[in-house]
Write a protein that binds this ligand. Structure first.
Ligand SMILES: *Cc1c(COP(=O)(O)O)cnc(C)c1O
Length: 224
């Protein structure tokens, strides 16, 4: 087995164990392989191992990889910061965008989503660590943004994404995810079925608090 194959097997096992520990059904957590800075050859190997969802942060890098991998049946997720002058290529070249944190960006993505593609899947990025510098809508403003984005015709609002401050203690890792999950489920909107949180360092805590999609880079592909 190659190093990459071993790492994919280990992460899949880790997800399965976390699902079981949380009394959640096997297969209820989707693995998003975060492949930023990694070469196409590694994405292709991951694809041969069965991986279909890939996450990228940098637009130019992602577009180049997509061109080289046009023959592959990949779901591409944009997870990086979005400048408003970059929304058009994002709207036309991705299946998911996880990092929408303001109405203006959402409106542009909706207007620019091509008619020949299905509505763009959207997660709203929430700032759950309340750090002034980080991007993301606050928990307090989330309900209003949900209402606004849900009405945009060419978007399909699926849920929320969060990147908390790094924290090594398991119980403390869980707290912000629990708060976010409570606020979102409290809205009572069935269409919000996606909780995009958990990275290499806090996957178990995220799954314990309802993550349905974990975004894993380092544990799959090695350090960047
Ligand atoms: C880089 C990145 C990840 C993956 O982080 P790892 O710690 O390498 O697993 C997940 N989400 C976002 C938004 C990222 O930018």
């Amino acid at each position: 087995m190659s190093a990459l194959a071993k790492q994919f097997a280990a992460v899949r096992q880790q997800i399965a164990a976390a699902e079981q520990a949380a009394n959640r059904p096997a297969g209820s957590v989707l693995l998003l392989a975060v492949s930023k800075t990694k070469p196409v050859a590694q994405l292709a190997e991951a694809y041969r191992l069965g991986q279909r969802h890939f996450g990228e942060n940098y637009l130019q890098e992602a577009l180049s990889k997509q061109q080289q991998m046009a023959a592959f049946n990949i779901s591409w997720h944009f997870i990086g910061p979005i400048q408003s002058n970059k929304t058009k290529p994002i709207a036309s070249h991705f299946d998911w965008v996880h990092s929408v944190d303001r109405l203006k960006i959402a409106e542009r993505l909706s207007e620019q989503r091509p008619d020949y593609l299905p509505p763009l899947n959207i997660c709203l990025q929430v700032n759950i660590s309340a750090e002034a510098t980080k991007s993301g809508v606050s928990l307090e403003q989330l309900p209003q943004l949900v209402q606004q984005v849900a009405s945009l015709p060419r978007l399909r609002l699926r849920g929320v994404m969060a990147i908390p401050e790094p924290e090594s203690d398991y119980q403390r890792q869980r707290e912000p995810y629990r708060r976010l999950h409570q606020v979102v489920t409290g809205l009572g909107i069935k269409a919000l079925d996606t909780f995009s949180y958990g990275m290499s360092g806090d996957l178990e805590a995220a799954v314990a608090e309802g993550a349905t999609l974990v975004r894993i880079g380092t544990a799959l592909f090695g350090a960047r």
